[in-house]
Every structure is written in C-alpha cells, then in structure tokens.
Design a binder for this molecule. Structure first.
Ligand code: NAP
Length: 171
C-alpha cells in the first residue's frame, strides 16, 4: 500500500489557525474529495474536531488519538492509538493507497514515512498556528505541478503539486 500525504499549505507553510482552516477554496476541496474518495484517510484528533467531529463520507476514516475510548463504537470511523496502528488498519482494507489528511502534528510525524505528497500550494502568506513541515528536497522530488488561478469562488491561486520519494536516496 502506498502512503500519501494530502495537504493545502500557504507559501509560508501555514495550514490552519485556532483549529480551523484559513481559507475557503472549493477547487481544493474538490481535489481533496476526488483524490481520497473510497480510500483510507488517517487524521489527527484535532483535525477531526476541526471538521465538526463528523466522518467524511465515502472514505474509511481513521482518527488517531492517545485518549482511550475517545469515540464510542462508530460504524464509519475507527480510532487508532498510534500512527503505526492507523497504517495497519488502512492496510487491512486492501486499498492500494492510503492518505494522511493532517493536521500539523500528523504531517510532521509521517512525512518521512510517506511515498508521495499531494500539496496544494496556496499562493499567499498567511498567519496561523499549524504548519506543514518543509519538504526535504533530498528525499522528495517535484513530479507534477498545475497552476489554477484565483477566481470569483477561490480567493487565492493554487499550485497543485505532486512530490514523490526519490528512488535512490544518497546515504
Ligand atoms: N490545510 C490543510 O490541508 C489541513 C489539513 C488538516 C488539518 N489542518 C489544520 O491543522 C490544524 C490541526 O493540526 P494539529 O497539529 O493542531 O493537530 P492534529 O495533527 O490534527 O491532531 C493532533 C492530535 O492527534 C493525536 N495524535 C497525533 N500524533 C499521534 C500519535 N503518534 N499517536 C497517537 N495520537 C496522536 C493526538 O490526539 P489526542 O490529544 O486526542 O491524544 C494529538 O493531540 C487545524 O488548524 C486544521 O484546520 C489543515
């Protein structure tokens, strides 16, 4: 199973503020939905709460928390006590790809474990308190980029980038 990160980050790596998103970008929502549809989606407990503590339909939601009994039985959501446990749950679905969907803590913990990063670079410098880590250029290479200009529905232009782990990483 391929493990991928999916994220939207400002040019200064801000991804959120006060446990909320800092933009409304329907074009990015559409990309997120299309990319993750039908697949396991692993999220930190704070991101789950930032999304209104609801499962995202059409995806196998896995929420990571250290709190025992955080969610009572839920038909559409599983909880995991660690990243390794979450990845194991995702593997049990036989999906070819699973996603890490945030937030900042989870991205920092998983970036080096991931094979691929789908990052929407939001063309703005914004204030926030949750960040995406710098993508290590010695580990990942940019393999795709698609720029979508701002319009009446999307306040900022976006660069939909794909980064893939380099095949041969020098020691
Ligand atoms: N722009 C984007 O693409 C994007 C995407 C997602 C989220 N966000 C933003 O990111 C922010 C939230 O990020 P965050 O860094 O504050 O929190 P987070 O990563 O969403 O969640 C952190 C929580 O996850 C649990 N956790 C993390 N690592 C764990 C581990 N190894 N084992 C067990 N549990 C673990 C802990 O929950 P417990 O405290 O319950 O133990 C921890 O407090 C929000 O502002 C949100 O809007 C942005």
């Amino acid at each position: 199973m391929k493990l991928s990160i999916i994220v939207a980050a400002a040019e200064n790596n801000v991804i959120g503020k006060s446990n909320q998103m800092v933009w409304y970008l329907p074009e990015d929502f559409r990309f997120f939905k299309n990319s993750t549809w039908g697949l396991p989606l692993i999220m930190g407990r704070k991101t789950y709460e930032a999304m209104g503590a609801k499962n995202l339909a059409g995806r196998f939601n896995i929420i990571i928390t250290r709190q025992k009994g955080y969610l009572k039985e839920h038909p559409d959501i599983q909880t995991a006590g660690s990243l390794a446990e979450a990845i194991d749950l995702a593997k049990q679905t036989d999906a070819k790809e699973a996603f890490i969907g945030g937030g900042g803590q989870l991205y920092a913990e998983s970036i080096l474990l991931c094979d691929k990063i789908y990052i929407t670079r939001v063309k703005a410098i914004l204030e926030g308190d949750a960040f995406f880590p710098e993508i290590p250029g010695d580990v990942f290479e940019l393999t795709h980029s698609r720029i979508v200009p701002a319009d009446e529905k999307n306040a900022y232009s976006m660069d939909f980038q794909t980064w893939e782990k380099k095949k041969h990483i020098s020691p």
